[in-house]
Design a protein around this ligand. Sequence first.
Ligand code: PLP
Length: 382
Amino acid sequence: MFETSIIEINKSALDANLKFIRKQIGNRKLSCVVKGNAYGHGMEEYVPIAEQLGVNHFAVYSADEAERIHSIKHPKTEIMIMGSVDDAALAWAIENGIECWMFELDRLEKAIELAVNLDKKALIHIELETGMNRTGFKAKNLDKAAELILKNSNRVEIVGICTHFAGAESISNYYRIKDQIEVYNQLVAHLNELNIRAKYYHTCCSAASLRFPEMMLDMVRIGILQFGFWPSQETFIEFTRNQNTKTDPLKRLITWKSAVMSIKEVNSGDYIGYGTSFLAQRDMTIGICPVGYSHGFSRSLGNQGRAVVNGTRVSVIGTVNMNCIALDLSEVSAEKGDEVLLIGSDGKAEITVASFSEFSNQLNYELLTRLPLNIPRIVTHN
Ligand SMILES: Cc1ncc(COP(=O)(O)O)c(C=O)c1O
């Protein structure tokens, strides 16, 4: 292999996670959020296996992500852009039946103008500003938006009316979200009075679906759960406590693997790697693994990170280099070419993304989405 590491994506784990999610959401519409290169799992690999398991709606942030899915998806699969589309991309989206969130009047006006020019209908979700203060129509602009939509009803289809909560994964945001729910309900009632109705009302990401199930409404936008991760430790503990179990029902899809590139003996008293951050206290065997911070292995894992080699957890020693790390193989019998697990389990020992991100202070989300595009992704079936 030319690449220095590969990422495996396990389809059976996805199957289990989707079953878990569907049990939680009942027969509501499931939109799988696959922005950030499907949370690092690889959009082109992930979307087809999710489709095979019955997913037919994907949410992304930007038009470039939508384009990547559009070129590989099943003709009936729907795509929703929740964030960025410039005018050219908006025309492309309308032409291709891609749903777009509308959160400003000028964007809505442009969508209508383009729909007229293209002789198509713009498929829109009206995003409401309920307190996150990111994107979304404020109450004061809603009447004007409603007027525009009603005037051009043959050019606009309101697929959704939605909002996003500002951090449902943390109990510290509980009252802020409760306030958002109140605002959402008021604004929806106002829109309904103006005769604006949608096919789907939606507000919940993974954490909100678990914590505010009454807000799952007609559709949920699930990101992190599908990949087998909890939005936060809090949500995991709360869920398992309520279910009276300690067993994690989710399964991680991802395994990140490399191999030992070189082995060397180091004498007690020698420094290892750049600078003086690691001083060998005894004679040691170290293995060089060709994965570094340019591959998404955070610099903050220097002298902290772990990997699995031949069934044993070993430590990263010294600093993380741009292209490699040194591993302490003193207690493992290992040879050049042996597998190094950076994330995943070999049946005897495991490196979880959570432990990874605790060491490096990175959230699951951040660590996963920083895995570079050019690491090959391979689908496995167990
Ligand atoms: C608007 C919106 N909906 C849903 C999600 C999915 O969130 P999660 O991965 O926590 O399920 C995100 C992700 O940040 C988002 O921005």
